[in-house]
Write a protein that binds this ligand. Structure first.
Ligand SMILES: [Zn+2]
Length: 275
């Protein structure tokens, strides 16, 4: 499942076609990724319009064509964007192909868990503007972070970090990375984290999101070896900070990795507070 940094990477794949006119629109509009969306309107508005700009927000992307054509894309599990040359012949899983003089802008999705949305109007669509504050925005404040964790205070922090209405674009590996960097056990109840650890978790949330966008969003490189990311998938992988063997378990419905040494104290603390 793509997280915010991968989404940023895919958003930029259409950049070569910026400021170029769309000459023709080819859509696989019978596919379920178009459910509830007027494909005929997309064809009508986009044909002849200039590809003007694009945005990423968590796991969502928005592309503006002309003054009033807004194409929303959600990658789902297997969605990808890429740019092909103008004469490109679409393959089976290419569900959106926007043809320009020099390029073809392609959205493919083999498993069809993605989504295509469209809005015709001068303002950004409501389904975009009502998205929760993105992690890199000034409105994602410590108070907001703390309040959200308290609202889900009994759930393990790992599960809370995966809630998209609080942390748009944070997925499994990023949540584990934040908790490892902040030295918080993933099972710690979200409402039982002391103020210092909360501040650290907030800073690491911003930091991991920002660095991931810079590194992965740039060219799909992996994060540095000093991060948990590089070690979490290995059998008997070692913590890059203390060399202890990493542990794995299902928490919040997802395979979770943590260091029993670096992230041990909070688990004991939360067990004590439950007694
Ligand atoms: Zn460790």
């Amino acid at each position: 499942m793509p997280e915010l940094a991968e989404v940023e990477f895919f958003r930029k794949q259409w950049n070569p076609g910026l400021r170029e006119r769309i000459l023709a629109v080819q859509l696989n509009s019978s596919k379920r990724i178009f459910r509830g969306t007027d494909a005929k309107l997309i064809e009508k508005i986009l044909a002849g319009a200039i590809f003007a700009e694009s945005f990423a927000h968590g796991k969502q992307m928005l592309f503006r064509f002309g003054a009033d054509g807004w194409l929303g894309l959600h990658l789902g599990m297997t969605g990808k964007l890429r740019t092909e040359n103008a004469a490109y012949t679409p393959l089976k899983h290419d569900h959106v192909v926007l043809r320009q003089k020099t390029y073809a802008l392609v959205f493919s999705d083999p498993r069809l868990f993605g989504r295509v949305l469209f809005h015709h109007g001068l303002e950004k669509p409501v389904w975009w503007t009502k998205l929760p504050a993105s992690i890199s925005s000034p409105s994602f404040t410590f108070d907001r972070f703390k309040t959200f964790l308290q609202q889900h205070g009994r759930a393990p922090i790992k599960a809370v970090l995966l809630l998209q209405n609080g942390f748009p674009g944070i997925g499994n590996w990023m949540a584990d990375e934040i908790l490892w960097q902040a030295k918080i056990h993933p099972r710690t109840a979200a409402g039982r984290i002391d103020e210092d650890k909360l501040k650290s978790a907030f800073q690491k949330t911003r930091f991991v999101a920002q660095r991931a966008i810079e590194i992965i969003g740039h060219d799909f490189s992996d994060p540095p070896k000093s991060w948990l990311f590089q070690h979490r998938w290995k059998k008997r992988g070692a913590c890059p900070r203390c060399a202890a063997t990493l542990e794995h378990a299902t928490i919040g419905g997802r395979t979770t990795c943590w260091c029993p040494e670096c992230q041990g104290a909070d688990a004991i603390q939360s067990k004590r507070t439950r007694q």
